[in-house]
Design a protein around this ligand. Structure first.
Ligand SMILES: O=c1ccn([C@@H]2O[C@H](COP(=O)(O)O)[C@@H](O)[C@H]2O)c(=O)[nH]1
Length: 230
């Protein structure tokens, strides 16, 4: 079975977003990521309208707050019938467990963000003052997430083998920071091509600008999907 390419919908307006989606054939079962940019502008009605069009939704809100607040927020989101939701693993064990409890009874998978793919070893050591190698920090946060009920993590593809070894082969590794060979890296630091992510064992890749800013977004999606699911 093919693994999903999750398209990150980071558009400034909903008209541009719908135009982008209209390039795809109606029967293309897309998996879409709604992040902070679009959610802050269009909120839940936008999520609902995309669910009603039959898309799978990854709601990337990266919640990070005290356990009670996160639990109550997750209780609300549990009613939205989205496929995936993110919290920050650095919110700690209690917060991750509270998020999972808030989602109880829903089919929404809880994913914990480890080290953002826009942060490299330099930022980790010098800005965040984390005295660990990036791969060890990501593995540590993944174990914390696993031990507290998360269904998976967000990491770069580069850490997937270590995460699976430290947790379980079933623990989901969803990986942004994907760049085909010809694409600009931009603000991402820990990147992999779709083929490399496949070989490293990612369960799903998240791709934004290489698809949404391509001249032909549909063709860019097909090319990435072919490389990823080869
Ligand atoms: O560590 C993380 C967590 C989330 N993201 C999100 O994924 C997409 C990537 O978009 P590109 O345009 O392909 O860079 C974006 O929505 C981020 O918010 C991430 O990149 N890294």
């Amino acid at each position: 079975m093919s693994k999903p390419v999750i398209v990150a919908l980071d558009f400034a307006d909903d008209f541009e977003c719908i135009n982008f989606l209209n390039q795809f054939p109606k029967d293309e079962k897309l998996f879409l990521k709604i992040g902070l940019e679009m959610f802050c502008q269009f909120g839940y009605p936008f999520v609902r309208s995309l669910r009603e069009r039959g898309y799978n939704i990854f709601l990337d809100l990266k919640l990070h707050d005290i356990p009670n607040t996160v639990k109550r927020t997750c209780e609300m989101i549990a009613k939205w019938d989205v496929q995936m939701l993110t919290v920050h693993a650095s919110g700690g064990s209690e917060m991750i467990a509270a998020a999972k409890a808030g989602l109880a009874g829903s089919a929404t998978k809880l994913l914990a963000v480890t080290q953002l793919t826009s942060l490299g070893q330099n930022e980790l050591a010098n800005e965040l003052q984390v005295p660990l190698a990036s791969q060890d920090y990501v593995t540590h946060l993944s174990k914390l997430a696993f031990d507290n009920g998360a269904d998976g993590v967000i990491s770069s593809a580069l850490e997937v083998p270590m995460i699976k070894a430290a947790t379980s082969t079933d623990f989901l590794c969803v990986t942004p920071g994907i760049r085909p060979k010809s694409a600009q890296v931009g603000d991402q630091k820990r990147v992999a091509t779709p083929a490399h992510a496949r070989n490293l064992g990612s369960d799903a890749i998240v791709v934004g600008r290489p698809i949404t800013q391509a001249t032909n977004g549909y063709q860019a999606y097909i090319n990435i999907n072919e490389e990823w699911n080869k």
